[in-house]
Design a binder for this molecule. Structure first.
Ligand code: G1P
Length: 273
C-alpha cells in the first residue's frame, strides 16, 4: 500500500469513514472482548492519537446538532479498556505478541492482525469456544490455492476434523511459516485470528530468531504443539486482506454497499458505470 503507508499506518487506512483498526476492535467487542491491547511503535503516533479524546471536535459536533457522531467519538473510555504496548523494532509477529504479555497476564487471549478484516465476529467466537472446551490454542485457517501458500503459516493436520464445543476443528501438531510450495504440508493457511493460551508467552521466549532476527508466532505455536495438538478452525466468514490495493478496494466497496446512508446511492452509481 505504498506510498499511502509512508505516512498512514496501514491499520489506520480508512474503510469508508472508519479506520481499519476500528473495524477490527468492533469485531473483538462483538465477540465479548472488554480489554484491547494495541501493540504499536513510537514511530506511529497516529495510532495512539486515534484513541485520544478530541473535546473540541466533540463540542463542535454537539453545537451542530450531530450528537450521534459526537457520541461515537467518545465511546472508547466508557465501553472498553484500551492499553498500549510498544514494540521498539519490527522483530516479527511472535515478538509483537510477546510485547503484550504484561497487559494480558495469565489468561487466554485473542490475537487479531488489523490488516485483515473479517465480515463477522463469529470466527473469534468459535475460536474462543474451542479454546475454552479443549484448553488448547485455536487458530483461524483458510484453504488457499496451493501456489499462494508460501505467503502464510501452513498447518499439517494430525487427525481428522472433529466437533469441539460444536465447532468443526482440525487437530494439528506441526505448522511451518511461509514454506516453499513444494514443501507445504497442506493448503490450510493461518489467517490473522488466533485464540491463544497464555503459555504461548513462554514459547515465544524459547523461539530461536530467524537469520533476520525475527521471532515468528508460528514457531511459538509449533513449540506449544509439542506438548499436544492445537486446533485449527476453517473460517466461514468473508475476509479481506487490506495490505494490498485490490483487497483494500474490495473492503471499501463492500463497506460502502452496507452503509445505511450511502449504500443505495453507491450501488446505483456502480450499476451505472
Ligand atoms: C503473519 C503470520 C503468518 C500468517 C499471516 C496471516 O504473516 O506470520 O503465519 O499466515 O500473518 O496474514 P505476515 O502476513 O505478517 O507476513
Amino acid at each position: 500500500m505504498l506510498p499511502a503507508t509512508k505516512s498512514v499506518p496501514k491499520e489506520l487506512l480508512p474503510i469508508g469513514e472508519l479506520p481499519a483498526l476500528q473495524l477490527v476492535i468492533d469485531e473483538a467487542i462483538g465477540a465479548g472482548v472488554d480489554h484491547v491491547v494495541i501493540v504499536t511503535s513510537d514511530d506511529k503516533p497516529a495510532v495512539a492519537d486515534y484513541f485520544q479524546r478530541a473535546s473540541w471536535v466533540e463540542e463542535a459536533l454537539e453545537r451542530q446538532g450531530r450528537r450521534e457522531l459526537a457520541d461515537s467519538l467518545r465511546r472508547f473510555g466508557d465501553t472498553i479498556r484500551i492499553s498500549f504496548a510498544i514494540q521498539d523494532r519490527p522483530r516479527g509477529l511472535g515478538h509483537a505478541v510477546g510485547c503484550a504479555s504484561e497487559h494480558v497476564g495469565d489468561e487466554p487471549f485473542f490475537v487479531l492482525l488489523p490488516d485483515e478484516l473479517m465480515a463477522a465476529p463469529s470466527l473469534l467466537v468459535d475460536l474462543g469456544r474451542v479454546l475454552d472446551e479443549s484448553g488448547r490454542s485455536a487458530i483461524a485457517l483458510k484453504r488457499m490455492p496451493i501456489e499462494e501458500v508460501f505467503r502464510y503459516g501452513v498447518v499439517e493436520p494430525s487427525e481428522s476434523e472433529r466437533l469441539v464445543a460444536g465447532v468443526p476443528a482440525i487437530p494439528f501438531r506441526h505448522v511451518v511459516e511461509k514454506p516453499a510450495v513444494e514443501n507445504a504440508p497442506s493448503d490450510l493457511v493461518i489467517i490473522g485470528r488466533y485464540a491463544l493460551t497464555p503459555d504461548v508467552f513462554g514459547a515465544i521466549e524459547r523461539v530461536v530468531p530467524s537469520s533476520s532476527g525475527e521471532i515468528q508466532l508460528t514457531d511459538a505455536l509449533e513449540l506449544q504443539a509439542s506438548s499436544g495438538h492445537l486446533y485449527g478452525v476453517v473460517s466461514a466468514v468473508g475476509r479481506r486482506d487490506i495490505g494490498h490495493p485490490l483487497g483494500w478496494m474490495q473492503a471499501v466497496v463492500e463497506a460502502g454497499l452496507r452503509h445505511p446512508e450511502h449504500g443505495g446511492p453507491l450501488r446505483n452509481w456502480l450499476e451505472s458505470l
